[in-house]
Design a binder for this molecule. Structure first.
Ligand code: NAD
Length: 352
């Protein structure tokens, strides 16, 4: 076995059905007295419910979170949090809401309690992103890692199939790339394999039977593992490509992950054969690339860049941006290879 470093910061996790009941006791446990509840405008009701549960410990609701944390939104939220004297942030929602909590905590250093309602996994990572003048800058800081995460399966029951499927594939992407990360380690790889297996089984049921608690629990558990892997080890070509496509072409986050992943796996297949074969086995497929692609088809998620708003004449520029700065990937990254990968993903043909 090769040597490795395992450096996993701790987060307290409460997982189950109906766990939101423990919100007040968990906020108290953090030593907080005035929690500001964050959400998107669409999830205001969830935030108001959380605020009611907090009673006197609620500083109020701020339901203005939007995708990719624009700096203006972050500034307004920081001002509101300070004005209300908040000493903790409760983020009820997906990656956009948790991201807003991180943007506030980055400045104040105050704790976040996350209540995730999608499968993006941001709640388990010290990674934050803020968009300024159309450019999303990301960074890592342990002070933005939520101190406590309450996974309540009930809150995911309302997640419609068209969001749930791609969101689950976003988690899948963290798990697959975690296996061949430069700083991969055996414990995180165990979590990754377990997560891939769990998502492969639960996602097809989630989109067919949205109220199925067993499948919803499996998907949320897989998402937790996905977030843990993303927070613990570095990502590679797949995440770089998705960042480029999302940032420069304004493509929807989870859908881009869904479309690119099979082609990124095919690109890396030879260079990371052992790791990707573990993924294939967990998917119950001959190859990871085909297994991921077939799962996307099965859950009705998009499989082609052309169907999610990518212009064909943007492929050259995307390949240029994605290959500009050298970064780790099992197979060296070159323009011609990445340009081909993007064209394959553009048409969405099943990987060979
Ligand atoms: P999102 O948070 O933008 O949510 C998508 C939509 O679904 C929103 O309108 C939201 O209100 C709604 N929604 C969420 N949960 C719902 C539910 N249970 N029922 C009904 N509607 C619900 O989407 P996302 O994919 O979770 O997050 C994407 C963002 O998160 C991106 O900006 C991405 O960059 C970021 N992200 C960050 C990290 C990290 O580690 N920092 C990890 C993953 C994603």
């Amino acid at each position: 076995m090769q040597g490795f470093v395992y450096d996993q910061p701790a987060t307290r996790v409460i997982f189950g059905v109906g766990t939101l009941e423990r919100l007040a006791e968990e906020v108290k446990r953090l030593g907080a007295k005035r929690a500001l509840v964050l959400a998107t405008p669409e999830q205001r009701k969830d935030a108001e419910d959380a605020s009611r549960r907090l009673g006197e410990m609620s500083a109020g609701v701020y339901a203005e979170a939007v995708m990719h944390v624009p700096i203006e939104t972050a500034r307004k939220a920081r001002e509101e949090a300070a004005r209300l004297g908040a000493d903790c942030y409760v983020a009820v929602g997906g990656g956009s809401t948790v991201g807003l909590g991180k943007a506030i905590a980055l400045e104040s250093g105050l704790p976040i309690l996350a209540v995730p309602t999608t499968y993006a996994g941001s709640e388990m990572t010290p990674i934050y992103g803020i968009t300024e003048a159309g450019v999303k800058k990301t960074g890592k800081d342990r002070k933005v890692l939520p101190k406590t995460v309450i996974y309540d399966v009930n809150l995911t029951l309302s997640l419609p199939a068209k969001i749930a499927g791609p969101s689950g594939m976003n988690a899948m992407a963290h798990l697959v790339e975690g296996l061949y990360a430069q700083d991969a380690n055996p414990i995180i790889s165990l979590l990754a394999v377990e997560g891939i297996r769990t998502l492969a089984v639960s996602l097809p049921v989630v989109v067919k039977e949205p109220q199925n608690l067993v499948a919803r629990s499996g998907a949320l558990y897989g998402a937790w593992l996905g977030g843990t892997v993303l927070g613990a080890v570095g990502m590679a070509l797949h995440h770089k490509l998705c960042h480029t496509l999302g940032g420069s072409f304004n493509l929807p986050h989870a859908e881009v992950h869904t479309v690119i992943l099979p082609y990124a796996a095919a690109y890396n297949q030879q260079a990371a054969a052992q790791e990707l074969n573990r993924a294939a086995e967990a998917l119950g497929a001959k190859s990871a690339a085909q297994g991921i692609y077939d799962l996307s088809v099965k859950i009705g998620a998009p499989v082609a860049l052309k169907d999610i708003g990518m212009p064909f004449d943007g492929l050259d520029r995307a390949a240029e941006i994605a290959t500009q700065n050298p970064y780790y990937n099992p197979r060296p990254v070159d323009y011609a290879g990445v340009r081909q990968l993007l064209e394959d993903a553009y048409y969405g043909k099943r990987p060979a």
